[in-house]
Each structure stands twice: as C-alpha cells, then as structure tokens.
Design a protein. Sequence first.
Length: 71
Amino acid sequence: MGGECDPVSEGKRLKSLADALREAGCQHLQLNIYPQARHEVFNETNRDQVTGDVLTWLDQALTLRRPARCE
C-alpha cells in the first residue's frame, strides 16, 4: 500500500514490487495505491479507509490460515 503522490515510490514502484513478490511465490498480496496520498498513508485524510483496508486484508489472511474445527 502506498500513496500515488509518494515522493519515495511515486506509486509506480509499488506495482513493480508487487509483481516481483508474486513472481517469487508470495501469496495473499493486495496492492492498494491511494490517489493523492503521499508516503505516510496512515496520516492522510483518508486514513479511515486505509485502516479499514488493512483490517479487511488481515481478516481475510487470518481466515485463510485458520484451521478447520472438528466437531
């Protein structure tokens, strides 16, 4: 995740990083590039959306790893 206006990654490098991680076999990747956001996405005006996206991703990732219960 990152901002489209991030002076460090310019948003473009995030896509390259995500592609490289996928090619390396990483799973459960989700790329979020937030329009008009900069480097510190948790301090932007859309921080509630960013936090919600992180919590949703974590919930999905943890659900995938949760073992089935025997009843």
